[in-house]
Design a protein around this ligand. Structure first.
Ligand code: ATP
Ligand code: MG
Length: 395
């Protein structure tokens, strides 16, 4: 389709009323503009329950970008036409010919239908009559087309509205969910594993703007661990307008735990420190919740008992989008999102540093407090915060 194409964007879940609805629509528009920022001047305007997007790129490229914006349910590159039967029919013929040449070349039979949505009731033809009129104009030129109303491979659609008409022949599914930013800010504890990137994506899908916090135990782990986190953050950054990564140096805290505390509680104490430090970062930046990739029973630190002991150190609610997932389900999501391959790159995580032989499985809050009493928690926390780097991440 030609440059300066227009794309129809459909959205769902905005069943909210009044001011909330306007806020949701405004946020979705802004997020679409941000997603298309590379394409020169972007125009987004609402026409009754849909958005019409245009930019300096082909319809396919615009549609592809829009299909990765949360809140969007489907998108269609569309060709505008004047509100006139002959004009629309001509555009529909061209659109059908182009789609058949691009997508159904050499196919002997193509199941086909036309579909008219007539929002402008003053238009002279009724929907059904116009559908037949269009099919009569298109089908003789393409003998491979065979009418199939219930299971078509190619649907030539026309939207007739008071503002004009639009013709389109494809619907690309969007991710659904809610526009990022409509549900406030969340802080995701991002490790180099498979789980936390999926958890972050799911939080974004439900409208949270996600900032990342990652704990980095240099020099006990090498620079490749840091690079891996940045690469993962870059991948996820494609799903929200702006992305920030807080890189927390964690070696000093871990060394103190190793030197001062009972070995069995090491992992639990690292995790408590992560909650505490992430909470402080979130408080400063209007974060409302923490997000982790934990799922019940997956590893020793994810028993109900240990999750309770770990969460007790947080000053914010902890959301765990994957809490009931099997690993195989998380892996399917990670593949779909495109983080799986990145998570599989070899690089150690700080949690494996100084790992004890027998970590506690059913930890207790009082015991964790006793173990922690050997540390100067405030000083270690402040020092980690003071040396935390804030990185702005581009997709
Ligand atoms: P993941 O695949 O996300 O690493 P996991 O199954 O390996 O998860 P754990 O290593 O026990 O689980 O980590 C549980 C959660 O704690 C992670 O999902 C993540 O949210 C957080 N976490 C672990 N290590 C770090 C880290 N180095 N920096 C930030 N968050 C971390
Ligand atoms: Mg991990």
């Amino acid at each position: 389709m030609e440059p300066n194409a227009q794309v129809f964007v459909r959205y769902g879940e905005l069943s909210l009323k009044g001011g909330n609805r306007a806020f949701f629509e405004r946020t979705l528009k802004n997020n679409l503009r941000a997603a298309l920022a590379d394409f020169g001047e972007v125009k987004v305007h609402g026409i009754r329950g849909r958005l019409l997007v245009s930019a300096q790129a082909s319809g396919a490229r615009i549609a592809e970008k829009c299909s990765r914006v949360f809140g969007v349910t489907s998108v269609s590159p569309a060709v505008p036409a004047l509100l006139d039967v002959d004009a629309i029919t001509e555009v529909a013929r061209q659109c059908a010919a182009e789609t058949i040449a691009n997508q159904f070349m050499g196919k002997e039979q193509v199941r086909f239908r036309t579909k008219v949505n007539r929002a402008e009731k003053r238009f002279p033809l009724m929907s059904r009559d116009f559908e037949i009129h269009l099919a009569d104009a298109i089908m003789p030129e393409h003998p491979q087309l065979k009418v199939d109303l219930s299971n078509p491979e190619l649907t030539l659609e026309v939207d007739v509205r008071s503002e004009g008409a639009w013709v389109f022949s494809s619907r690309l599914p969007g991710p659904g969910g809610l526009p990022v930013g409509t549900m406030g800010r969340a802080f995701c504890l991002l490790s180099g594993g498979i789980d936390s990137p999926v958890a972050a994506w799911m939080a974004m899908k439900r409208g949270m703007r996600v900032e990342f916090v990652s704990f980095y135990s240099f020099p006990h782990v090498g620079p490749q661990s840091r690079e891996k986190i940045i690469t993962l953050a870059e991948k996820l950054a494609g799903w929200q307008p702006t992305t920030v990564l807080h890189m927390v140096p964690f070696a000093e805290y871990q060394e103190a735990v190793r030197d001062e505390c009972p070995p069995a509680y090491r992992t639990v104490l690292y995790r408590r420190a992560m909650q505490r430090i992430s909470t402080r970062i979130a408080w400063r930046r209007k974060g409302k919740v923490l997000i982790t990739g934990e799922s019940v029973g997956q590893v020793a630190s994810q028993t109900l008992e240990n999750m309770t002991v770990i969460e007790e150190a947080s000053g914010l609610p902890v959301l765990r989008p994957l809490v009931t997932f099997d690993k195989t389900e998380t892996i399917q999501w990670a593949r779909a999102i495109g983080t799986y391959e990145l998570s599989n790159l070899p690089a150690p995580d700080c949690c494996t540093v100084f790992q004890p032989e027998r970590p506690v499985i059913y930890g207790r809050i009082e015991e964790a407090h006793e173990a922690e009493a050997f540390l100067d928690v405030d000083a270690l926390t402040l020092n980690a915060l003071r040396n935390t780097e804030l990185l702005r991440i581009e997709a």
